[in-house]
Design a binder for this molecule. Structure first.
Ligand code: URA
Length: 246
């Protein structure tokens, strides 16, 4: 039997099986919800096309949905799409602006110099691990030469961030810096004025603070800026009921 004949034979058997099952009133097995909801264009037709990423009910499904993204021009220069990492049950999500050089190479958020400072804040300051929280960015691909992400790029990528929030349902979002602040809280957001004060995004309490890279770029103000970030972080810890050393 040649390959074509074999395939026809297999399909013939399958068809017979389906007909027998139908006659006996046996329903086909349910398709897992994950497949129904994501990825995009999943064979079922049961997903709401208008909801797009909103159909994804897990971070894994959302990552699959995003795929080898070419929705904006940032894909052209990237090595890796940096989706985000951490716990899908995290009470706290940190949001930066976009991957830098190291993040683009490794494919993980905040692993460069600024990332090391953020990790210190999480571990030494909050007494948590990176795995306890979730870390991600407004855009998932590195802007060339670390330029600010453009409005079109943010608009294209932000539905994925919003869906990450919907899936994780954190108790607090910590915005790191101006770009993330403007993306989530509006174009006139000023980090120097708004840091340390509570805001809201998708009904989730939001605390903006300085981006760790800003502290690194201003060594003469390191003590002052670190002190201010620590004040903001303490507010988050209080909100989450985390123990604070005196
Ligand atoms: N800066 C960011 O905003 N995000 C990263 O992931 C790394 C540096």
């Amino acid at each position: 039997m040649n390959t074509e004949a074999e395939i026809r034979d297999i399909f013939g058997h399958l068809k017979k099986l389906i007909m027998i099952n139908e006659e006996m009133g046996i329903e086909p097995p349910p398709i897992p919800t994950e497949t129904l909801n994501c990825p995009e264009g999943a064979i079922t037709g049961n997903q709401d096309k208008k909801k797009g990423a909103g159909n994804c009910t897990s971070l894994k499904a959302l990552r699959t949905f995003i795929g080898d993204c070419q929705r904006c021009k940032l894909h052209k220069g990237r090595n890796n799409l940096v989706f985000g990492e951490g716990s899908s049950d995290a009470k706290l999500v940190f949001v930066g602006e976009g991957p830098g050089r190291e993040e683009d190479i490794i494919g993980k958020p905040f692993v460069g110099e600024a990332g090391k400072l953020l990790t210190k804040i999480i571990e030494n300051g909050m007494g948590l691990t990176r795995e306890d929280v979730y870390i991600c960015n407004v855009v998932k691909c590195r802007p060339p030469n670390n330029r600010d992400p453009g409005r079109d790029e943010i608009e294209t990528c932000i539905p994925f961030l919003k869906q990450q929030f919907s899936i994780i349902k954190p108790e607090v979002i910590c915005i790191l810096g101006r770009i993330a602040g403007q993306a989530l809280l509006g174009g006139d957001f000023k980090i120097t004025l708004k840091r340390g004060t509570w805001h809201s995004y998708m009904d989730i309490p939001v605390m903006p603070t300085f981006h760790p890279a800003y502290i690194i770029r201003n060594p003469s103000r390191e003590r002052e800026l670190k002190g201010q970030v620590w004040e903001d972080i303490k507010k988050i810890m209080k909100h989450l009921g985390l123990p604070q050393s005196p």
